[in-house]
Every structure is written in C-alpha cells, then in structure tokens.
Design a protein. Structure first.
Ligand SMILES: *[C@@H]1O[C@H](CO)[C@@H](O)[C@H](O)[C@H]1NC(C)=O
Ligand SMILES: *[C@@H]1O[C@H](CO)[C@@H](O)[C@H](O)[C@H]1NC(C)=O
Ligand SMILES: *[C@@H]1O[C@H](CO)[C@@H](O)[C@H](O)[C@H]1NC(C)=O
Ligand SMILES: *[C@@H]1O[C@H](CO)[C@@H](O)[C@H](O)[C@H]1NC(C)=O
Length: 334
C-alpha cells in the first residue's frame, strides 16, 4: 500500500502547481454546499444560545420535527442547548402571543479532518484500484466521500461507501490493465454544511500493486535430515497464475532468535537448507509480481521443527495437511 501527503500538501498541489491552480478550481473538484444564510452552524457537542429578530422579550420556541426532543429551552427568548447532537438538527421557530415571529435552522457542521491518509492499492494487475480512508474525527451521518482521480483534462469522480464496522470509506477506481504513469487522487468529504479536500495520494500506477499474503503456509520436516525444513504455500487470493506470475520471499528464524534469514523463489515451495537442529522455526512468506519489488503482506506465521529420531511422534502432526493445492514443482531457490 502506498500512502502519502495529508490535507496540506494536497492544497499546495491544488493551489500552486497542480491542474487546479485556484481555490475556485479546487471548488470544482470539491464543491461547497449551499448553506442557508441564517442557519445556526455549530460543531458537535458545542453549546447554543441564540435568538432571532422579533423574538426578544417573552417568546417561546418549538421545533418542527414533532418527534424531536425539545430540551433545555430555558430562557424564553433564547434557544438554548447545552451539548448539541445530530438529533438536535431541525428548524426552530419562535412564537410570541401565539404567532410565529422568526425561524432558524440549526445545523451541525463537521470539523476539519486532519492527518488521515488515503491508502490505494490493487491486488492484481487486472483489478480496479481500491482506496481506503478513515476519518480522523466524527463525520456527520449525511457526509459523503468522493474520490477524485485527476487525469487532465477532466477529473473523474468515484463515490465511496462507508463501512461502520471498520469506520472506513472505500472507493473503487477504474483501472485499465497496463496503464502506467502517475496517478493523482484527492478525497473530497462533504455534508450539508461543509466540504473539504482531506487527503491526497500521488503514486506510480505500478507501485499500487499490493499482492495479498500467500495462503496455507505449511512447514514439514524432511525425513532423515536434521537441518532441513520444507515450506509450501498456495497462491495469494486472485492470482490464477495464467498470465502474471509471482515471486515469493520466505523469511525464517529460530524461535526467540533476533536473527532472520530470507530467500526468494518463484516456486510455491522452498527447502530451508540451514535450519537449526531440534529447534522450532517461525516462517512467513510474502509475494510480489515477478518483475517488481513492492512486496505484499506477510502470510500468517507457520511453525516447524526439523526431523529428529527422538521427535518422530510429534513430527507426524507437523506434516502439511491435505487441504487444497500442494505444489509438486521442483524446489530450486533463485
Ligand atoms: C443566553 O444569552 C443571553 C443574552 O446574551 C443571556 O442573557 C442568557 O443568560 C443566556 N442563557 C444561558 C442559559 O446561558
Ligand atoms: C428547515 O426548513 C428548510 C426550508 O423549509 C428545509 O429545506 C429544511 O430541510 C428544514 N430542515 C430540517 C432539518 O427539517
Ligand atoms: C471498476 O470500476 C468502475 C468504476 O468505479 C466500475 O464501473 C467497474 O464495475 C469496476 N470493475 C470491476 C471489475 O470491479
Ligand atoms: C533479506 O535478506 C537480505 C540479505 O540477504 C537483507 O538485506 C534483507 O533486509 C532481508 N529482508 C528481510 C525482509 O528481512
């Protein structure tokens, strides 16, 4: 995954050197919503104490939503709320002698997001690019995020969806297999009251390839050999192996030792030639497209102990299970 600059460099690019030279132009990729002029805009949990013209003296307030809770309107002529929540958003009207004299709309606005990065990647060279963004501050329930892909002359807009369990927005960006060059993305977050360009990412298309972890990593002893361990695995998700090929890196270390060794192979199995007799080894594998150097995520840790006379009984249980594919290729480190 590749993550870069937050809001500030986004603005610098937008304002000084990018395709959007002015803030008005930035407004075209992240338009400001039209807010009623007399609306009361407050941030979440702040306090309100307002009145409107004509309500001075002995007025009384009511809110339009009949199911809304009208709370703590202590002072007759003033609309007073102590800690505003999204539930308080409504039109409030002041009545005097039974007649409505003025109305205001109370809106909760979002605070500036900061420091939250945009992560974009794809898992296979034929896949669309996926971008994730996690807000650094609570956003209005009506807030929408849009990813803007900048390719002159016109930007492209991709709506993002919010997942409340991971608290992230996810956007899918059309990617045409083989397209290369710089990709420039902005994230625009907008609600009824505010909009902000919150994050940006500039990256080379090829650096966005982020291969998933190899699956079913399995370690088995090599019979009659006290220094060897056989590691095998399955391809990461989405790699059918038909056109694009992978290389793998195997990282291994004796449990408790700070020193780790690694080897690279194009096969889906590897024999560790220099395991330590009788010791438990921790092994992880990761993958990269064969001509690239951006390694994907590490697999889960697998464990194994080399063969020994004494431990025969336990070795049986350490054999790789029968589930799924197990490679039969020759084992030859690169
Ligand atoms: C609201 O503001 C008015 C005028 O400034 C003030 O007299 C009143 O005490 C305030 N009410 C509360 C509850 O703070
Ligand atoms: C308040 O009134 C305006 C104008 O009638 C309307 O557009 C808006 O949706 C109302 N707001 C709420 C929260 O009901
Ligand atoms: C790729 O993204 C585009 C635009 O977001 C979408 O229309 C298309 O369905 C996506 N393709 C796949 C295979 O997900
Ligand atoms: C793999 O080993 C090389 C030296 O053989 C070392 O420079 C590199 O940092 C190692 N990589 C990892 C991920 O440990």
């Amino acid at each position: 995954m590749v993550g870069t600059a937050g809001c500030c460099s986004a603005l610098i690019i937008v304002l000084c050197c990018g395709p959007f030279r002015t803030s008005r132009a930035a407004g075209t990729i992240c338009p400001k919503p039209a807010v009623p002029e007399d609306a009361i805009l407050v941030t979440l949990h702040s306090a309100v104490n307002r009145t409107c013209a004509g309500c001075e003296g002995r007025g009384s307030w009511s809110r339009h939503n009949p199911h809304g809770n009208l709370r703590s309107l202590a002072d007759g002529s003033h609309l007073v709320l102590s800690s505003v929540t999204y539930e308080d958003e409504d039109n409030y009207t002041c009545y005097k002698d039974g007649a409505a004299v003025c109305s205001v709309e109370l809106m909760v606005k979002d605070e500036q997001q900061d420091g939250s990065k945009l992560f974009c990647y794809h898992r296979h060279p034929t896949h669309n690019i996926t971008c994730h963004w996690k807000p650094s501050r609570q956003l209005h329930p009506s807030a929408r995020a849009t990813l803007v892909g900048v390719r002159l002359p016109v930007p492209t807009f991709y709506p993002c969806t919010y997942d409340s369990s991971s608290e992230k927005f996810t956007c899918s960006v059309l990617y045409s297999e083989g397209s290369s060059g710089r990709q420039l993305f902005y994230l625009c977050v907008s609600s009824r009251t505010t909009s902000q360009l919150t994050a940006s990412l500039e990256a080379d298309a090829k650096d966005l390839l982020h291969v998933g972890p190899p699956l079913n990593v399995c370690v088995a002893p090599v019979e009659n050999n006290r220094r060897r361990l056989r590691v095998s695995w399955s391809r990461p998700e989405f790699w059918d192996g038909l056109f694009y090929h992978l290389k793998y890196q195997v990282l291994y270390q004796v449990e408790g030792s700070p020193h780790a060794s690694n080897r690279t192979t194009k096969e889906m199995a590897f024999i560790i030639p220099d395991a330590v007799m009788g010791r438990k080894h921790l092994i992880r594998v990761r993958a990269s497209e064969e001509y690239q150097e951006n390694w994907g995520s590490w697999s889960e840790v697998a464990m194994g102990v080399p063969w020994s006379d004494e431990a025969k009984a336990t070795l049986v249980s350490l054999r790789c299970g029968g589930e799924g594919e197990h490679p039969t290729e020759d084992i030859s480190p690169m």
